[in-house]
Design a protein around this ligand. Sequence first.
Ligand SMILES: Nc1nc2c(c(=O)[nH]1)N[C@H]1C(S)=C(S)[C@@H](COP(=O)(O)OP(=O)(O)OC[C@H]3O[C@@H](n4cnc5c(=O)[nH]c(N)nc54)[C@H](O)[C@@H]3O)O[C@H]1N2
Ligand SMILES: Nc1nc2c(c(=O)[nH]1)N[C@H]1C(S)=C(S)[C@@H](COP(=O)(O)OP(=O)(O)OC[C@H]3O[C@@H](n4cnc5c(=O)[nH]c(N)nc54)[C@H](O)[C@@H]3O)O[C@H]1N2
Ligand code: SF4
Ligand SMILES: [Mo]
Length: 754
Amino acid sequence: MLTRRDFIKTTAASAALVSLGLVPAGCDKDDTKDANKFKGVCRYCGTGCGVIVTVADGKITEVKGDPDCEVNKGKLCLKAEKLPEVITSAKRLTKPQIRKNGTLVDVTWEEALDTVAKEFKKAIDESGPNSVGYYGSGQNVAEEAYLANKLFKGCIGTNNIDGNPRTCMASAVAGFVSTYGKDEPMGSYEDIESADVFFIIGANMAEAHPILFERIRERKIKNPSVKVIVLDPRKTATAAIADELIQFVPGTDLSLLNSIAYVLIQEKLIDEEFINQHTTFIRTVDGENKALKFDDYKEFLEDYAPDKVEEKTGITAAKITEIAKMFGEKGKNTMSLWTMGLNQRSFGTWLNNLMHNLHLLTGKICSPGNTPFSLTGQPSACGSIREVGALSHLLPGGRLVANEEHRKQIAEVWKVPVEKIQPTNGLHTINLFNACGTGDVKALWVICTNPGQSLPNLNKHHEGMKKTFLVVSDAFPTRTTELADVVLPSAFWMEKEGIYGNGERRTQHIAQAIDPPGEAKPDVWQILEVAKRLGFEKDFAHYTDNEAIWEEYRKCGKGGYMELASYEALKEGHGILWPVTDKNPEGTKIRYAGNDPYVTSPGVRGIEFYARPDKKAVIYLRPQSGPNESPDAEYPFFLSTGRVLEHWHTNSMTGESEALVRAFPECYLEMNPKDAQDLGIADNSLVKVTSKRGTCTMKAKFVGAKGEPREKMVFAAFHDAVDTRLINLVTNDAVDGTSAQPEYKICAVKIEKV
Ligand SMILES: Nc1nc2c(c(=O)[nH]1)N[C@H]1C(S)=C(S)[C@@H](COP(=O)(O)OP(=O)(O)OC[C@H]3O[C@@H](n4cnc5c(=O)[nH]c(N)nc54)[C@H](O)[C@@H]3O)O[C@H]1N2
Ligand SMILES: Nc1nc2c(c(=O)[nH]1)N[C@H]1C(S)=C(S)[C@@H](COP(=O)(O)OP(=O)(O)OC[C@H]3O[C@@H](n4cnc5c(=O)[nH]c(N)nc54)[C@H](O)[C@@H]3O)O[C@H]1N2
Ligand code: SF4
Ligand SMILES: [Mo]
C-alpha cells in the first residue's frame, strides 16, 4: 500500500508522468469499504491496472488507480481517468433496435430477442448449425465468453465462434503452444524490476502499454546500467528510453532474429546444459514437423550470418552483433517484450517462435528478469478468450475441439452430449466474415467488438456483413451497428460485474458500481435470454449469478494446467496469477519452475516444460518468409497501422472524451520527411493512400507526428471512423498460415498528392 509519504513523492513526480499521458497515483488506500467506492480494473489495455471508482447519485464521478494493485500501484493513464465522461455520453445505446424498411427503429426487448432467436433458428433448421456464428471480444468478461462458447459449441453445435483476439493474439497463442505446449507467458510484470536488458520489438509500449512502459522507465532511472533495445521499423515514443534503436526494413525481422541467434552461438553466449536438457529442435517441412539436431540448426543459421542479412534488414552487421551481445551477456537478466509488430504478420507464429528461441538458447527464461514476454492487447484477451477457449479451434482450459478427450472433458462440465461438440475447427475470423459474403453464414451475433471498422480489407467485409442477418450488442453506435439488423444495447464497464484476466495471467474481479442507462442490459443476460428462446433453457437455468458461471468454468482448469482462483478470493483481493491450487493459493509468478504446482520433476534450474509430451521446449528453424504483399513499382510504399496513446481501437469509447479528442483529433499519415520531400508533399497537406483494395485520404504529417517511419514506409492509426480516413479500407486480410491472424502491419500502397 502507498504510504502518505510515497504519495507525496509520487505527486511531485506527476509533471513527468503527465507528459507521458499518465496520471499520478490517486488514492492512498483501498477505501472500497466506503459505500460509494468500488474496485475494478481499467477496461482498456491488457496491462490490467486496478482502479477504484467513486459513485455519487448513481453516477461514476471519479476513476483512480488502486494503490493495492501490484500492476499499477495507484497509477493510471489518461484514458482510464477519462472513463466517467465516456460512461455518461449522450450517445449511449439505451433501447433495442430492429431494422425495418432500411432504418433502425426502437423496439421492446421481447421483440428484439424473439427476432434474434427466430432468425437463428430459421438458419439452423434450414441450413444446419454451421450457418450461424458468433464474433466476440477480448473485452468481454469471462462469464460472457464462457456462456457464448457453451451456447454455440455445446448447444447449437457449431464451432463458428471466433473473436477479435484472432486479429490480435492468435500468433502469440500459436507461438506459446507450439514452443511450450500451453498458451500464455511464463513470467509476470514483476520481471521488469529484475531485468537488466529490455529487448522491445514490434511494440510501442509508450502508447499502447503506458503503465508498463513507465515501470521500465523507472527501472532504468534507478539503475542506469539497464539497457533498452527497441526494434521497430518506425521510430516511436518508446524509442525515447532506448539505448539502441534498430529501425529495420519492415518484414525482415525473421532474418534479424535468426541473425541474433547466429551471433549468440558464435559468441558462446548460449547455455549448453540448459539446451541439452530442456530443448529439442524442429523444422516444419510441408506441414510436417521434423526433429533435428543442434548441428542442423547451426547449419541453418549460416544463411543468417550478420554480413549476409545486413542489406536485406537495413541494419549493419556490426549493429546486429552488438545487440545480440547485449541480449546474451552472461550474468545479465534479459526480458523481451513484443506485441502486434510480430503478431499481425503473415508469419507471426514463426516470429513468436524465434523470440522464444533466443531465450531458450541463452537459458534466459523462467527466472526473475529472464523471460520472453508477449504483451497482450485487450483487457481480457487472456482471461476471456484464450483461457475460456472462445475461438473456433479451442475449448476451455487450453483444450482443442479436435481432441476427443478434450471434447469429452468439456461436454461433461457443460452437461451436453459429447457429439454436440463438432470435432473440426470452426471458421476463424477472416473466413467467418468471408462466409457471410458467400451466404454460408446466414446469421451472426457480434458482441463487444466493432468489426465494421477493425477488420482489414473492409470494402469486401462490409459487403459480407450486409448480406448476413447481423445482430450487434454494443454500448455505443459504431460502424458495425450501422450495418446491423438488430442492435442490442449493452451494459458498460462498472454497470455489470465480471472477471477479467490480464496479460500476466492475473485474474481480477470488477464490481458492479452503477446501473446501466435506459434499457441497456448486461451481455450475460442477453446470452441467457437468447439461449432460452433457442430451446436451451434447461442448459442455462442454473446460472443464477456470475459466481455460478465462474465456479462452473473453473472446473475446466483442472487437467488443463490452468487452475484459477475462486470467485470469493477474486472479489476480496487485487488479482491472482494462475495457476492457483491448494499448494499455492497465492498464485504463480513464474511458470514451469519455482512454485509452479505442476512441476513434478524439476531439471536444471528447477525447470520442467511439463506441458509438452517430451517435457522439452522447442527451438524452431524458421526461414525468412513473407510479407504477403511487398512494395512494387505501382505500390512503392510499405503501409503499417497501429495505435496512439489517447485512443482506443475504433474510437467508440475514447471518442466520447472531449479531452482525448482534443489531444488527438484525427488520424494522419506519418511519413518519413525524405519521402515527403521526394514526392513534394507539404506537412499537413492531404494525400491519397491507395492499395489494391481501397483508398483513404488524410493529412500527411512528418513534423511533430507521433512516430517517424523509416524511408519507404508510412504509418496510420486506425481509430478514425470517418469514411475517408478509415485505413482498414486499405489494409490486407491475408492471414498467417498457422494462427490465421491477419497482416495488419504490412501491405503495399502508393501515395499521391490530392
Ligand atoms: N492507447 C491504446 N493502447 C492500446 C490499444 C489502443 O487501441 N490504444 N490497444 C491494445 C491492443 S488490443 C493491442 S493489440 C496493443 C497493441 O500494441 P502495439 O503492438 O505496441 O501497438 P501498434 O501501434 O499496433 O504496433 C506496434 C508497432 O509495430 C510496428 N511494426 C510495423 N511493422 C513492423 C514489422 O515489420 N516488424 C516489427 N517488429 N514491428 C513492426 C509499428 O511500427 C508499431 O510501432 O495495444 C493495446 N493498448
Ligand atoms: N488497421 C488495423 N486494424 C486493426 C488493428 C491494427 O493494428 N491495425 N488491430 C487489431 C486488434 S489487435 C484488435 S484487438 C482489434 C480491436 O477491434 P474492435 O474490437 O473491433 O475495436 P473496439 O473499438 O475495441 O470495439 C469494442 C466495441 O465494444 C463496445 N463495448 C464496450 N464495452 C462493451 C460491453 O461491455 N459490452 C458490449 N456488448 N460492447 C461493449 C465498444 O463500444 C466498441 O464498439 O482491432 C484490430 N484491427
Ligand atoms: S495502461 Fe492500460 S490498463 Fe492501465 S490505465 Fe492505461 S489503458 Fe488502462
Ligand atoms: Mo489487440
